[in-house]
Design a protein. Structure first.
Length: 315
């Protein structure tokens, strides 16, 4: 069966029937709007859009992976503010001939990624479209903390990262070259491209440690840290020796003839977190110091010239 066989309201009922609600959702799907608790008195909100053929391909990724990815990239934005995600709402455009099994998998992906952080799919909308279009808005609770902005970096601060870097870019290259399934290492980076694993708890942890600036790495570390440098009116200097290239990324780079450090520095969609801390903060082992904040502008990599700096939708 396809979504066209079921009809709009049958599709809505099918989706909502697969979505349990967590404690933060006071009123879930079924009314004109959801009601989500905001114990802090403030709500962190982020939204993102995924288009078939630009952000994912159905011949590369199943519905479940797409659902996990769509939820993850929004939940990571909330964590990057130092907040704990509570819920998402989803706008969904789908073709009438989309198989119901793909829709079920997509819904389960939304649900299961939210479950990782204790959040819920609180509602959304569905319409007919020639291709799959997904709009996700995520909500979060600061739990009494100040939000961690991009504008707090100052000369003398240290730059640290947590989470995977380079995996998603490596996976994209492997898929593009038709090498998926070639080895466990290649399968690992392909899986990372299809379904990122953001270090969600590290966002609130960084805020509690005293992070002065933070963001999630969605468009490439150099590009994203450039936003911190610009918002803070500073320069950032990165040490290329501080980055450990993971073995699966190195294997993929060898297979396709690429520079693995280039993927680490400029590859997006891993949704690692990058943060700036005062130098006196003792960071847990989960954070790796990779550079420092200096006087000046922009982001430079010590002793290395980098061409492409990350993803730009309009380049």
């Amino acid at each position: 069966m396809t979504v066209g066989d079921l009809g709009e309201f049958g599709v809505v009922n099918r989706i909502t029937g697969r979505l349990p609600q967590g404690a933060a959702v006071m009123l879930g799907p079924g009314d004109d709007a959801a009601v989500v608790a905001a114990p802090d008195g403030r709500v962190v909100v982020s939204t993102d859009l995924l288009l078939e053929g630009r952000h994912f391909r159905r011949d590369w990724s199943g519905g479940y992976d797409v659902g996990r990815k769509a939820a993850a990239q929004n939940l990571a934005d909330v964590a990057a503010m130092g907040a704990v995600p509570t819920s998402i709402v989803v706008g969904l455009g789908i073709p009438a001939d989309l198989p119901l099994t793909w829709l079920d998998d997509l819904t389960d992906g939304f649900r299961d990624e939210c479950a990782v952080v204790g959040a819920s799919v609180a509602g959304g909308d569905v319409t007919r479209c020639d291709q799959v279009v997904i709009g996700v808005s995520a909500l979060g609770d600061l739990e009494g903390r100040a939000p961690v902005l991009r504008s707090g970096a100052r000369p003398g601060h240290v730059v640290a990262v947590t989470g995977r870097l380079g995996y998603a870019a490596a996976g994209w290259a492997v898929l593009e070259e038709g090498l998926a399934g070639g080895s466990p290492a290649l399968e690992e980076v392909v899986a990372a491209h299809r379904r990122p694993s953001p270090p969600y708890p590290m966002g609130p942890q960084a805020a509690a440690l005293g992070a002065c600036a933070m963001l999630d790495v969605s468009d490439g570390l150099l590009q994203d840290l450039g936003h911190v440098a610009e918002a803070s009116g500073v320069g950032i200097e990165l040490d290329p020796q501080a980055f450990a290239v993971a073995e699966p990324v190195a294997v993929a780079a060898k297979e396709v003839g690429a520079d693995p450090l280039e993927w680490v520095l400029t590859g997006g969609e891993d949704h690692a977190l990058a943060a700036v801390f005062p130098p006196e903060v003792r960071l847990p082992a989960s954070w790796q110091v990779v550079g420092r904040v200096v006087e000046g502008t922009g982001v430079v990599v010590r002793g290395r010239k980098v061409g492409r700096r990350g993803w730009d939708h309009f380049e």
